[in-house]
Each structure stands twice: as C-alpha cells, then as structure tokens.
Design a protein around this ligand. Sequence first.
Ligand SMILES: [Zn+2]
Length: 424
Amino acid sequence: MSSIILKDITIDGICKDVLIRAGLIEKIEPSGSSVLWDIAGDVEIMDCSGKVAIPGFVNMHVHAAMSLMRGLGEDMVFNDWITKIWDVEKNIDSEYVYWATKVACIEMIRTGTTTFNDHYWHFDASVRAAREMGLRIATGYEIMDKGSVAEAERQKLQCQEKTAKYFASPSEMHLYQLAFHAIYSVSEEMMIWAAEFARKHKINLHIHLSETRKEVEDCKAAHGGLSPVEYLDRLGILSDNIIAAHTLWLSPNDVRLLGERGVNCVHNVNSNTKLASGYRFLYKELKDAGANVCLGTDGCASSNNLDMLEVMKTSALFQKAWRDDPSALPLPELMDMATLNGAKALGIQGGRLVEGAVADINIVDTDNTFFLSNSPFLANLVYSAHSDCIDSVICAGRFVMRNRQIPEEKEILTQAKRVLAKIA
Ligand SMILES: [Zn+2]
C-alpha cells in the first residue's frame, strides 16, 4: 500500500505535516518536517495549505439501503410510516441492497463519514458495497421474527451460519455484529438468544430502543409497568456491547440503568423530529450517568439524508432550545459524539487525529465565505458551513474522495435507477 503525506495541513489550529502509512496515522510533526522523512515505496504528497483536517465521522445508526426510499412516507405518524416501510421492504433483494448501499456510501463520503454502523437485511451485500467504496462498516445478521416460532428457528440457524462465515475470514473494514429490530417486533425468547449469542462471540448488538412514547406505553401495559429499558435490563440484555438507537423516552431510572450498564446510546435527531417521535433527548443526563452518547442519521426513509454535519447542528440546536440553555451541548463534546464516541463503541482506534490512530480523515477546504471570521474553526464548521466544504476524504489510509471526485459515481447512479423498479 502506498503512503500519503499531507503537507501544511491545519490540525487544532496548528500547521502540520502528516504521514499516513499502512492505514494508520504514523507521524504528525510540525509543518516542514516531511522533507526530512525518508519513505520507501510510493508516496503521494498532497499540498493542504489553507485546509484543515478533522477525524472522519462515525455514523452510529443508519439503514444505508434506505437511500432509495426517500420521501416514501412523508407526513406520517411513526406506526403508519413503519407499516408502509415494511410493506415496501417485502420487495427488496441483495441486488437492491448492494446498489442502494453504494448510493448511501457516495453520500456518506461526500459528507465526511468514514465508518457507518448499519442495520439492514442482506448485510452481505452492504458489506460488499462498503468495501468496494473504501468505507468501514459495522453490520451483521439482523433478527426480526415478529413472534413467529418458525421464523425464529430459521433465523437462529441462518445467524449461526453467517457468523461462522464471518469469523472464518474477518476483516478490519467490516466490524461484525448482531442486530435485532426492537422489543415490539422481536420475541422475548429471540432477544435473549441474540444477547447471549452476541456475548458469547464478543460482538456488539445493535437495536432500536425507546424511540416513541407509544413503544413505552405498550411495553408498560404488556410487562407489568416496566419501561423498554427496564424490561431489557430484567432480561439481562443491557451491557456495554449494546448499541441502542434513539433512547428518547426515558425515565430517571432508565437513564440510571443505561449509564450503569455502559450502553452506547445513539441520538438521531433528524429522524426523531421528522417523525415527530420527540426531541427532548436527555444528552446531559445520559452522559453524566455514564452512557456513551453517539450520533446517527438513521435511514433516508425517515431522515432523508446521511449528513452528519447537519445532524451535529440540529442536535445542538434542539438541545439548546428545549433546555433553554445555549451551553447545553458544547462544540468539543458535539465533535466527540460524531467521531470519538462512535469509534469507542465499535472498538476502533480512531475518532482522533493522533499518531497510531486509524487514518480516517476529512480534509476541509476553508477558502469560502463560511470560514471568513476569527471565531473558532468548529463553530464555523458546525453552525455556518455545510458538507460541500469537505474537499477530500481518507478512510483507512486510502483516498475515497479527492477534490470532491468519487470514482464510479455515474455508474452507481445508473444502476441504482434500475433497481428502483424493484420497490415501485
Ligand atoms: Zn433506525
């Protein structure tokens, strides 16, 4: 693999030279140092004067293959919306998932995501798409038996088979995990089975949790007054290998449990507000209780795009507004939620631009109106700019976008238009 030198790139306000080799950030030294580096083999040198490096974003909850389902359920309440989506999903196959995930990858690359935590059917196809696009994906077998014993048995066998296949040829670019949909679409027996399976194989378990008020009310009615969080805790499922999307409707006891168990909670503000599921995400309480709070876009069927910079801005705006407190979500913490905390949840040495970390880097062009001020870079990036300022993206030491160009983009769009007919 060839090496990359980023010359004169600004990191945390200081001009540096960066050496990227074997997928890692090998050196970060003062600007001008690279002339002294003796690098064997191919080296690509990029002049980055006037540009700023930030870590690649980690999108912690997405259904990438929903990229072709934008606008399918506009202005619908959650239960009507999900019924409609499940109806459309009856027609998908692995070819659809492959091309739709490639479309999602184009969009994620353009908006600076280098790792995404996916939750979808036909995950083999998503993995193939992500690997070809050069992105890191966390995904794996998806469980949703809807209470059918026959379906549960079929899924158990298939899950064991697929997991064994993954462990026979693991990849650093595919972080294998298990997923189950939610407490209202998966039987109790199957949720327990999935949690034990994930624990046994030391992998993460990616779920939806406490997304709507109705989910909480239905759970309390069915399980003797227990909330979804309390219910899962009673089943012994909550622990630090759980990645729980939404965690929006929480009691103080739920917050305490999520914190004590070290659960990774993913805030998906654009999806939650679009479906009117809610907006009072308990960021501060969850963080103070000890939960690892991350950010995600959710799928395009609800959030319509996969732009993490947009999610960062909206998350901060909602926190400030509903708490009546402009300091409710400080910029450095917001940046950690979009990078470091996700990397931590997935077990990646990343989310920070330091020597030894994975080389997942966004190169931001600041030569535009948005950065013309003396205010801190992060303030301009999050509140003023939009993702067009991301000029180039490196994932695991390879360029996945250079000067806004992504290889094969046209062909991918052509193929995606063709598979759209499958869900018509
Ligand atoms: Zn979701």
